[in-house]
Design a protein around this ligand. Structure first.
Ligand SMILES: N[C@@H](CCC(=O)N[C@@H](CS)C(=O)NCC(=O)O)C(=O)O
Length: 236
């Protein structure tokens, strides 16, 4: 049995982490049974979620999870697509993961309104008298991470412009397709959907979301993929 260590559903999303959402989709695309465990964060080998335990093999990182499923379970996520198409798909996923992810992190964690109705709840288990200290320490470290990555050095208007161009690129690749590359999913659909889904989450209000909302095909893709892969969210 495979166990996926996750944060658990929040803000109307399957998971507040797009990387965890991606891992859910990979496992579902692969047709593998798995269970979830929200108690794994403190034991996470790389200090981040997701990771999986596959019959004793611990795999930490959503992309390593994909590669593990391909190697160990013989899953061919990109079946039927050309090398050129697979290269485009991989690049689109990494564009969203390595660039847009940080735009969304800044929007959720550094904007007070979004933080107060979002990530603040993650600290509810901390004792009340130390909670404000912990919160400001973690928000400072998020700010430092964003500065180190580079996205945090740009103004909000510049970040919104980047988001517009980044989503335009993905929207152009998707075109009128059902999935990223055509009428069958490919491996990168997991990460592309997860990142689009996290950005479009209506619980939050920010310019990166507005940038993604300009693209009707991304909105329709998000709705289709949510209905297909997370039917339980509709029922919730
Ligand atoms: N490259 C990793 C990224 C995972 C990641 O950034 N996870 C975040 C949540 S979105 C996390 O666990 N952050 C906790 C922390 O940094 O303390 C992957 O693809 O799995």
């Amino acid at each position: 049995m495979i166990t996926l260590y996750n944060f658990g559903p929040a803000f109307g999303l399957m998971d507040p982490s797009p990387f965890v959402t991606k891992a859910h989709v990979l496992l579902r695309l692969a047709g593998l049974n798995y269970e979830t465990d929200t108690g794994g964060f403190t034991k996470a080998p790389k200090g981040k979620l997701p990771y999986i335990n596959d019959n004793g093999a611990i795999i930490a990182d959503s992309t390593l999870i994909r590669l593990h499923l391909e190697k160990t379970h013989g899953v061919v996520f990109d079946k039927g697509y050309s090398e050129y198409e697979c290269g485009i798909a991989w690049s689109a996923e990494k564009l969203l993961e390595d660039r847009v992810y940080w735009q969304v992190v800044g929007s959720r964690w550094l904007d007070d309104d979004n933080f107060n109705k979002g990530p603040r709840v993650f600290f509810n288990a901390a004792p009340a008298f130390v909670r404000p200290l912990i919160i400001s320490k973690v928000r400072r470290s998020v700010r430092r991470d964003l500065h180190g990555q580079g996205m945090g050095r740009h103004s909000p208007a510049e970040i919104a412009r980047f988001a517009g161009e980044d989503f335009k690129a993905v929207s152009r690749i998707l075109g009128k397709n059902k999935y990223l590359l055509g009428d069958r999913p490919c491996g990168a659909d997991a990460g592309v959907f997860a990142m689009v889904n996290g950005t479009l989450c209506p619980h939050f209000d920010h310019a990166v979301r507005d940038a993604a909302m300009q693209f009707d095909n991304l909105q329709a893709y998000n709705e289709r993929m949510t209905a297909e892969f997370f039917p339980e969210l509709k029922a919730a």
